[in-house]
Write a protein that binds this ligand. Structure first.
Ligand code: HEC
Length: 305
């Protein structure tokens, strides 16, 4: 039967080292993945924050600069001038951003419970985000992960509030809205909003797949490197142990056996002054004492003959 106490020293030590190194690899891989995940989330947050701030600025620019310039024409033109709408400009700017390589999978939503453009209608997930903002007016941001068929994203959401009376012209009473807006979007939705009411959430999503793949690769390489170093150190320790302890011990054992059968009379020659050297010196002394005792016994038995 395999028994730990029956294993030789090298096997015992190797088993112990293997256990220690497995624990080290496990712990370091786990802590590395935690650190990397935190790191990646920080990068996502930074990216998404810059974009969401930019989109808010585009909205503001449209609301404060473009809309006042064009508001007169809104009343007279036969068609609705979308360029006057903050949501339109933000969504268009983001559409252009998505056409740049590397941004194709970024998303921008102005998810709204009662939207003017039905494409902006909040889905179940977005509704929960909006409701959370409504319940807690001090909550200024929510973030997290969301899974889509196309892949996972990291999102940042901010509340969209009716922050100016200007908004109510087009989102308050349908009677006040430009006729051509009614013609384009109808009067059934996107109206009845109140000043300072949170009507929706601005949500920027960044794809996570690539970053996590890079992360996993880093983790994999780290585990491989640590494992290689562990195996190398086990080999070096084995070699050292063999040379300094196992080999001399075996030699001493072989020598002691020879002495006990009377084949060898000279001392064991030890080269080192470490513990093995001490053992060799002690055994040499033991041999001398033994020889003296045997000699004494011999001479006694001879004199009694
Ligand atoms: C000139 C009229 C007009 C003004 C002023 C205006 N909006 Fe809109 N808003 C619209 C129209 C039209 C849409 C739909 C645009 C589209 O097709 O994407 C819209 C879309 C939105 C959306 C996206 C959800 C939806 O309803 O489709 C939000 C949120 C929004 N507006 C909020 C505001 C806020 C806040 C203000 C004030 C800062 C404001 N709007 C000012 C006309 C206006």
């Amino acid at each position: 039967m395999l028994r730990f106490k029956n294993f030789n020293i090298i096997t015992k030590l190797n088993l112990l080292l293997l256990l220690i190194f497995t624990i080290i690899v496990g712990i370091s891989s786990f802590s590395l993945s935690t650190v990397l995940e935190k790191n990646v989330e920080q990068i996502f947050t930074q990216k998404a924050s810059i974009l969401i701030d930019t989109m808010s600025s585009v909205r503001r620019y449209t609301s404060e600069h473009v809309n006042p310039e064009l508001s007169d024409r809104l009343e007279t033109e036969s068609y609705f001038i979308s360029e006057t709408v903050p949501a339109y400009s933000a969504k268009t700017v983001f559409k252009y951003l998505r056409s740049i390589e590397g941004y194709e999978n970024f998303l921008y939503r102005e998810a709204t419970i009662n939207p003017t453009n039905l494409r902006d209608k909040a889905d179940g997930f977005e509704k929960k985000i909006i409701e959370k903002f409504r319940e807690d007016p001090n909550l200024k941001e929510q973030k997290g992960y969301r899974s889509f068929v196309k892949g996972d994203v990291f999102y940042i959401a901010r509340p969209l509030a009716v922050n100016s009376r200007r908004c109510l012209k087009c989102h308050g009473d349908p009677k006040d809205a430009p006729q051509n807006q009614i013609n384009t979007y109808g009067r059934k939705h996107g109206f009845g909003w109140k000043l300072n009411e949170i009507v929706g959430a601005q949500i920027v999503s960044v794809p996570v797949a690539r970053a996590f793949n890079i992360d996993r690769r880093t983790q994999f390489i780290a585990v491989i490197v640590i494992s290689i170093f562990s195996i190398l150190s086990i080999l070096i320790i084995d070699l050292f142990l063999k040379q300094t302890i196992i080999k001399p011990l075996k030699q001493i054992a072989a020598w002691a056996k020879e002495v006990s059968t009377g084949n060898v009379t000279q001392d064991y020659k030890h080269k080192t002054n470490d513990e093995i050297g001490l053992l060799a010196a002690a055994i040499n002394r033991l041999k001398v004492t033994l020889e003296m005792a045997i000699n004494m016994l011999d001479s006694k038995s001879r004199s009694s003959e």
